[in-house]
Design a protein around this ligand. Structure first.
Ligand SMILES: [Zn+2]
Length: 199
């Protein structure tokens, strides 16, 4: 991980800071994005998810702003990881399908038994934690690493994806059940995922 503090007196050509909001170019993918203290406090790059900006206050009033990013790839497409390794790197539990840390979903770990159309479409079932994590994932606007279970303790990284939209309509749920081992009556929503636009 690398960190860059924004210098309020000496902003770079691709940095801006007005009031409690900063804008800058993602060091990983080049996407320009805004981070506002009021709206986000901290925000991940909406295009790649591999950098994040933080701002604590105003440019003129002693606020701090910084950018943190991955300087080397953490996961490699096609490589397999254990849940223990994934959890150690990203945080979150080793058993949930959308592990969360500090109220954010840090990755997706899907089995094709439950989600036959993963990673493009997932169909969360019923349960307090399951539904809370599904809701949180749909509210996040940036990609997270996605893993598909291939064998016991072998979770293949297939790229970063974000939730693009979701539906709770019974017809949509039925259309995407596709023989999942989650009973149709227990599926609570269909989430449509989109791969990161930049890697
Ligand atoms: Zn980015």
């Amino acid at each position: 991980m690398k960190t860059k503090e924004l210098d309020p007196q000496n902003l770079g050509l691709k940095e801006d800071w007005a009031g409690n909001s900063i804008a800058f170019e993602c060091p990983v993918c080049g996407k320009v994005f805004i981070v506002s203290k009021q709206l986000h406090g901290e925000r991940h790059c909406p295009a790649c998810g591999k950098s994040r900006g933080m701002v604590t206050g105003g440019r003129e009033s002693g606020g701090n702003a910084s950018i943190i990013w991955e300087d080397t790839p953490v996961f490699f497409v096609g490589h397999k990881y254990t849940r223990k390794a994934i959890s150690k790197i990203l945080g979150g539990s080793e058993v949930e399908y959308l592990p969360t840390e500090n109220k954010r979903v840090v990755c997706g770990c899907f089995t094709l038994d439950h989600n036959p159309e993963a990673p493009n479409i997932i169909i969360p079932g019923t349960g307090k934690v399951i539904q809370r994590e599904a809701k949180q994932f749909c509210e996040q606007d940036y990609p997270v690493p996605i893993f598909i279970k291939r064998r016991t303790n072998e979770w293949e990284y297939v790229g970063h994806y974000k939730a693009m939209r979701f539906s709770t309509h019974p017809a949509d749920i039925a259309a995407h059940h596709k023989g999942s081992i989650t009973p149709l009556s227990e599926v609570t929503r269909v989430i449509f995922l989109q791969p990161a636009t930049a890697t």
